[in-house]
Design a protein around this ligand. Structure first.
Ligand code: ZN
Length: 126
């Protein structure tokens, strides 16, 4: 299967995006392991379940196992699978675009690292 692939790094000067046609595979969503749901609470899932057992909170446990705390996986939107782009194909067939994307992502990564270092220097994480 092939599909259109857009990337922020591939913009014309007039901001009209370049579209690559690339093959992709469906893989089991790594975020929810193919269940389509993720734990939808801010508290620690295993800790919460443990507490319920300790407190003999059978009602809470029942609703937990019924999925009361689940929400649709944000990565796959509940489809259980995600598209995995064939990057080798892009590298071979669109070498110029491939480089642009890698460059772009490197820069984004470096920007993030720089930002983190700056915040660390300002004492944000203490
Ligand atoms: Zn998922």
């Amino acid at each position: 299967m092939k599909k259109e692939f857009f990337h922020d790094a591939l913009l014309y000067e007039n901001d009209y995006p370049i579209c690559l046609i690339v093959p992709f595979a469906k893989i089991v969503c790594p975020c929810c392991n193919g269940t389509g749901v993720e734990f939808g609470s801010d508290c620690d899932e295993s800790r919460m379940v443990e507490d319920m057992y300790e407190d003999c909170d059978y009602e809470g446990l029942e609703s937990y196992y019924r999925g009361a705390y689940d929400k649709v996986c944000s990565e796959c939107n509940g489809k259980n699978v995600v598209d995995e782009i064939d990057w080798n194909f892009i590298e071979i067939n669109y070498p110029k675009e491939y480089l642009a994307i890698k460059q772009y992502e490197n820069n984004a990564y470096n920007d993030r690292q720089y930002e983190l270092a700056e915040k660390r220097a300002l004492g944000y994480f203490n």
